[in-house]
Design a protein around this ligand. Structure first.
Ligand SMILES: [Zn+2]
Ligand SMILES: [Zn+2]
Length: 348
């Protein structure tokens, strides 16, 4: 039997994507095969793109892609049927440890919250994807392929906003101008925030957010008067701040922005293993620091529902939809600080 082949956008070296023919992965028990319809290009792919390798030792070609949907072409031994539209939750989990049994799959002891499809194994920057049926979810017709390519950042924003314990009329500061920060601002408004502001370092990246009109105000994170301006605008400090960058300067902006007893939710993935911050200010003002990663399995389903019901329309964040051959270009733009892009989606 001749092997089936497909196109994949292989990571060929540092900052180098090469579209080439590779074998379609073989189906193992418990897995399904889909023809990929769309795959979002994520900021966290950029680190692998720069280094030219994935997170795990890999023999042979590696390709990324973890924000995707497609049509089932082989349901294997699963409950799915050929032709079903599905999306995958990229968060791998064991399903049997204490965290998984408590419905906290994002904290699974076995995979330690860092093992995702497209990071430790091949992803969906390819024509076909084969993966665990237990990570696949049916997509309602009201969720378009492109919108499904944005479920991943939306689930991160949704989990963070829920973890924040936001209440009606809270004043909210978002530090960071990426897609997750923008979605957090939108969700916070929808959850009843009275005033939502963004602290950013570049105006370019806020262009789309300004067009959409989510934020009430924008602050320059580099302004030496930052603390004074944030406190004045929020009449004494924000109830909640979201750190969506992953750097000591942005965590410091959160500390500057919140009121005594305020809460800081940290979502940013820091490249540095250690980030310093003014601990004593957090202690003396009884600030609460909360980490937030991915979401629970239940929240993943709810995220699909946010789009299906029309509460969130993530397509408005999409800068451009590109073919697989455009992925290299997408990463070049994504790493250009002068580019106003917010989100790219690839359709293989
Ligand atoms: Zn992502
Ligand atoms: Zn587990």
């Amino acid at each position: 039997m001749s092997q089936r082949m497909m196109k994949a956008a292989v990571l060929a070296g540092p900052k180098q994507i090469e579209v080439k023919q590779v074998p379609v992965p073989a189906l193992k028990p418990g897995e399904i095969e889909i023809k990929v319809s769309a795959c979002g290009v994520c900021g966290s792919d950029v680190h692998m793109w720069k280094s030219g390798k994935g997170w795990a030792e890999q023999n042979g070609d590696f390709w990324m892609g973890h924000e995707f949907c497609g049509v089932v072409t082989n349901p294997g031994d699963s409950r799915f049927k050929v032709g079903d539209r599905v999306t995958f939750w990229a968060n791998l989990y064991c399903g049997t440890c204490d965290m998984c049994r408590a419905g906290q799959e994002q904290l699974c002891r076995e995979v330690n919250g860092t093992n995702y499809i497209g990071f430790v194994c091949n992803g969906a920057y390819a024509q076909y994807f084969v993966g665990k049926a237990s990570n696949a979810y049916l997509l309602p017709d009201t969720v378009s392929d492109v919108a499904a390519g944005l479920i991943d950042p939306l689930m991160v924003a949704y989990h963070a906003v829920r973890k924040s314990g936001i209440r009606l009329h809270d004043k909210v500061l978002v530090v960071g101008s990426g897609i997750i920060g923008q979605m957090i601002g939108e969700l916070a408004k929808k959850a009843g925030a009275s005033y939502v502001a963004m602290s950013k370092v570049s105006d370019v990246k806020t262009r789309r957010a300004r067009e959409i009109g989510i934020f009430d105000d924008y602050f320059d994170g580099n302004d030496p008067q930052r603390e004074k301006l944030l406190k004045e605008a929020s009449h004494g400090g924000f109830d909640l701040a979201f750190e969506a960058v992953g750097a000591s300067s942005s965590l410091a902006a959160c500390v500057d922005g919140v009121r005594p007893g305020g809460r800081i939710v940290m979502i940013g993935n820091s490249i540095d293993p250690e980030v310093s911050f003014a601990m004593n200010r957090a202690v003396l003002q009884e600030m609460e620091l909360i980490g937030s990663v991915s979401c629970t399995r239940k929240e993943f389903e709810e995220t699909i529902d946010l789009i299906a019901t029309g509460m969130m329309e993530p397509e408005k964040y999409v800068t451009e939809v590109l073919p697989l051959e455009g992925l290299q270009h997408a990463f070049e733009r994504q790493t250009d600080p002068g580019d106003p892009m917010v989100k790219f989606v690839v359709r293989p």
